[in-house]
Design a protein around this ligand. Structure first.
Ligand SMILES: CSC[C@@H](O)[C@@H](O)C(=O)COP(=O)(O)O
Ligand SMILES: [Zn+2]
Length: 207
């Protein structure tokens, strides 16, 4: 079979699997969230706008270029496609991007008044790139939500220089994480969601 077709077919499988996994964990309520995977030829396979991520069909995955332009003009990619493209542009070694709307990321980001959530002293911090010990802290930047995604991307842009090992959170909205491939991105998301759930539980204990 043609290599390009095989790569796209694999990306579709990766995206459908990720959608089911994120739905099972309660991270993509209703039609929330979006999922992408970079193809070997540089195109990006991404979810269509408005689909339930737990019930994705192969036809719900389309391709866009690095600027977010769909290869078939009749296809409407995720409303947040620009945020995915921005991550791939900054980190050429990354192969998958996940966006979810968990309860923990939504609540914590609305409660935290500073510009970042600090996650410290957790063993699971080692799930993030470059972390080798629990005896550290990782900052997860918080950005104000904005329905103008190009404007939101402009605000996120300078933070790529800081690496953002755990991804970032849009306030009252959700998380963005990435990885070299889909299993790595899913593991990072699972790690981040575990840590956010711990942080939320601790805040409840301390009220
Ligand atoms: C359920 S509303 C969520 C959307 O506004 C958006 O934030 C989202 O994550 C999904 O948008 P989509 O265009 O389907 O990729
Ligand atoms: Zn969203």
């Amino acid at each position: 079979m043609d290599q390009t077709v095989t790569d796209f077919a694999r990306a579709v499988q990766d995206i459908l699997f990720a959608g089911q996994r994120m739905d099972q964990r309660g991270w993509v309520p209703a039609t929330a969230g979006n999922i992408s995977r970079k193809l070997a030829d540089g195109r990006i396979a991404i979810t269509r706008s408005g689909c339930h991520k737990g019930f994705l069909q192969a036809a719900d995955v389309i391709t866009v270029d690095m600027q977010g332009k769909p290869h078939s003009p009749e296809n409407r990619p995720s409303a947040e496609t620009l945020l995915h493209c921005q991550i791939y542009r900054h980190f050429p070694q990354m192969g998958a991007v996940l966006h979810g709307h968990s309860v923990a990321s939504t609540v914590l980001s609305m409660e935290e008044e500073t510009a970042a959530l600090t996650l410290a002293d957790y063993e699971v911090l080692k799930v993030f790139e470059g972390q080798t010990t629990h005896a550290t802290s990782v900052q997860v930047p918080l950005f104000e939500n904005d329905q103008d995604i190009a404007q939101l991307a402009d605000v996120v842009e300078p933070f790529f220089g800081t690496g953002m090992p755990a991804g970032y959170i849009i306030r009252g909205h959700g998380v963005y994480v990435w990885g070299k491939d889909m299993p790595t991105a899913l593991a990072r998301l699972e790690g981040l969601e575990f840590l956010l759930a711990c942080a939320l539980e601790r805040r409840k204990l301390h009220v």
